[in-house]
Design a protein around this ligand. Structure first.
Ligand code: MOS
Length: 733
């Protein structure tokens, strides 16, 4: 049962990806394919007074310019536009009417025989606007912040305790807007079949979410549209909700009765998904022994005028550390911008960054080692729900991480460690994320030659879903992994939610187990009917699939091969589909944890910061695949370096327009910024969470990394920078 689970199995889709055989949304061919290019609004708020497409239409090769004035019908009701992960509010509708809600909003789609022609003709579209007053600056508008979340349960009297605390730290940390920059551009190819049906290849994290959304928006029957996304070149939250280009490509195909592809440019992607800017105010009050007496965390975040996007920024401070008094709030400021979206570890990446910087500042005030402080207020129960965890090996993360990093050799005094011209800093932080699991259905088709096809609508956004599904299926069916083929990310396949929130590994793995059990049941029925069967009268619970046979678990010499069972039963294939649902467990909290250690070297004269070492010790239950799992954590660490030192969307608030909408000026870490990264998975047996004891690894990798680096910069320089990213001008200031 464990030939593959828990091993560093290489990606089953690796060869297809590195040889270019894997096709992405913008690569599927179609006869007579047309190309759409988006025209964007250049004001943040107002209406389109005049839109002149005549010059664009005269360009040879242009077939049409779609606008709100000539588009095919779109749904009028908000419900049709609300996808499975939409926040409260009235979702944005591209080309719906003459309203402009944000700068960069799509206002026309030029459709031409080739992309270059469409792009050129788009420059000829003339637009006049009636501009209205607008606001895009969170800090300028923070006075208008309104409490949006249900207020969290306060404990005790945090305000009074904090005011009287023996040692107190209170500060604001500012996390800027950060834009998604996955390698694959946002892309859709809408293929028009001669019978009027559409096959939509879309860059998405949820084909069934997009399918339902398109059926609603275009008033189509489920059979009229099929959505597929077999490979995704990174998504990280940007593809959880349907991106606007999928609406435009579909609109183009319906208008022209032709296949249409819309691929956004890197610059145009800045009109979509981003991590909202937040101002995070954290207060910590401690007794002189370092135990916490009060925790407060208030987050103020940006959202659009039309939707209330809010994520869990403050819940981590609420649950993580032991404190009798606490108070939390999450406020939103509505601005003339597009709605933010999820970005890897939404809420936690920002909220825990502030909390863990604050903890470091408190440890300095207390003259206590940062790990010591965290152990003083360590909690074996979720503080907000007062529940024990299904498992929590965070102590082990601190110990193993500190050991691997060499933390005991740290001189706590800032500016005390050097390497030539560089100041050396060592910092650490805690990370925390949820261990969620969702209903997922899987279909298994087993053929008598011992091959199985395993299928599910879930996506693999690069995280390794194809591989772990193959591993679990191989083990559960007792077959070599080469005999398993996996089909994913097609809306016609068995039910799956969007791939996000780090829930897909646990969810899909247990759905495979459930479907495999149905297959085993059928094989037992067939094998039991054979005259003199070694399995006659065997209970299902006393059987396993192993080495291409069904065998008694108690005595695996008493076995019938899959081929024999099926031949005697007169069947060529067994097909079983099962929806797996997890039992509700209200008695436990479910989380993953990490301890992150970072070393920085800071050029004393120039302020240049290098992150020379990171050790990330992760407690995430049993690791299904230590190779793809390690890659997830490494990716998160690299992104954490970006969040700490590089990433920031800069807006000119006079125009409500992003100034660095490209990856030349929006900085992300490159190879030269990435040095040693050591990933440690600590043992975390979990008998409560699910049968395999697995938790999921997508998000936890980034959480805590920015704070560990910020804390290391303080240790190196003696300078506390609370406004991210930590750029050299702030170090020299
Ligand atoms: Mo998750 S926000 O889809 O990385």
């Amino acid at each position: 049962m464990n030939a593959y689970i828990g091993t560093p199995t290489s990606r089953v889709d690796g060869r297809a990806k590195v040889t270019g055989a894997a096709k992405y949304a913008g690569e599927f061919p179609a006869d007579g394919l047309l190309h759409g290019f988006v025209v964007e609004a250049t004001i943040p708020c107002g209406r389109i007074a005049r839109l002149d497409t005549s010059a664009a239409l005269q360009v040879k090769g242009v077939l049409d310019v779609l606008t709100h004035a000539n588009r095919p019908p779109l749904a009028d009701k908000d419900e049709a536009w609300r996808d499975e992960v939409a926040p409260e509010g009235s979702p944005f509708r591209p080309l719906y009417d003459d309203t402009v809600k944000f700068n960069g909003q799509p206002i026309a789609l030029v459709v031409a025989e080739d992309w270059e022609t469409a792009k050129f003709a788009a420059t000829l579209v003339r637009v006049e606007y009636e501009q209205r007053g607008f606001a895009t600056d969170l800090e300028g508008e923070r006075g208008k912040a309104a409490e949006m979340d249900k207020p969290h349960k306060p404990r005790g009297d945090a305000a009074a305790t904090l005011a009287q605390a023996r040692v107190r730290h209170e500060a604001e940390y500012v996390i800027p807007t950060e834009h998604h920059n996955p390698m694959e551009l946002y892309a859709t190819t809408a293929i028009w079949d001669s019978n009027g049906k559409l096959t939509i290849y879309d860059k998405t994290q949820g084909v069934q979410n997009v399918h339902k959304f398109l059926c609603g928006v275009f008033d189509k029957k489920p059979d009229d549209i099929r959505v597929a996304s077999p490979y995704v070149g990174g998504a990280f939250g940007s593809g959880l909700r349907p991106q606007y280009q999928v609406v435009l490509a579909t609109l183009g195909a319906l208008a022209l009765k032709r296949s249409v592809r819309v691929v956004l440019t890197r610059q145009q992607m800045y009109g979509l998904g981003y991590r909202p800017m937040t101002i995070e105010r954290v207060g910590l009050g401690a007794k002189s022994d370092g135990t916490l007496d009060a925790v407060t965390h208030e987050a103020i975040a940006v959202t659009s005028r039309y939707e209330d996007f809010a994520r869990n920024d403050t819940g981590w401070a609420e649950q993580l550390y032991s404190s009798p008094n606490s108070r939390f709030s999450h406020k939103l400021v509505h601005l003339d911008v597009s709605t933010p979206c999820d970005m890897r570890a939404p809420g936690a990446a920002s909220g825990v960054c502030a909390l863990e910087c604050a903890m470091d500042e408190l440890s300095v005030a207390l003259k206590l080692d940062p790990i010591e402080l965290r152990l003083k207020c360590y909690s074996d129960r979720d503080q907000s729900e007062n529940l024990p965890y299904t498992s929590k090996q965070l102590r082990e993360c601190y110990a193993r991480g500190a050991d691997a990093f060499g933390w005991s050799r740290r001189n706590p005094a800032p500016r005390s460690m050097r390497d030539g011209k560089e100041l050396v800093g060592w910092g650490m932080a805690t990370g925390v994320w949820e261990a969620l699991q969702m209903p997922v259905a899987v279909r298994i088709v087993l053929t008598s030659n011992g091959h199985a096809e395993v299928s599910c609508a879930a996506s693999d956004i690069g995280t390794g879903t194809y591989t772990i599904v193959a591993q679990v299926a191989a083990d559960a069916l007792g077959l070599p992994i080469e005999n398993i083929s996996v089909r994913l990310a097609d809306s016609t396949l068995p039910q799956a939610p969007v791939e996000g929130g780090s829930w897909m590994a646990a969810s899909s793995a247990h759905a495979v187990l459930a479907a495999a059990e149905e297959v085993r049941k059928e094989l037992l029925r067939l094998a039991g009917k054979i005259h003199g069967s070694p399995l006659a009268g065997a209970e299902l619970a006393d059987t396993v699939l192993t080495d291409g046979s069904i065998a008694r678990a108690s005595d695996n010499r008493r076995a019938v091969s899959i081929a024999d069972a099926m031949r005697h039963g007169g069947v060529e294939r067994i097909e079983k589909e099962k929806l797996n649902q997890f039992g509700e467990d209200k008695k436990h909290a479910r989380n993953t944890h990490s301890a992150v250690f970072a070393e920085v070297k800071v050029d004393e004269l120039l302020g240049v910061i290098r992150v020379t070492r990171v050790v990330s010790a992760i407690a995430a239950g049993r690791i299904l695949n230590t190779k793809t799992g390690r890659s997830q954590i490494m990716g998160g660490v690299v992104w954490g370096i970006g969040m700490a030192l590089h990433e920031e969307t800069v807006m000119d608030h006079r125009f409500g327009r992003i100034m660095n909408a490209n990856i030349a000026e929006y900085h992300i870490p490159v190879n030269a910024d990435v040095h040693d990264i050591d990933v440690i998975f600590v043992d975390e047996p979990d008998a409560h969470i699910n049968a395999l004891g697995i938790k999921g690894l997508g998000e936890i990798g980034i959480v805590g990394v920015p704070a560990a680096i910020a804390n290391a910069v303080y240790h190196a320089t003696g300078k506390r920078i609370r406004r991210f990213p930590i750029t050299l001008d702030k170090v020299l200031d």
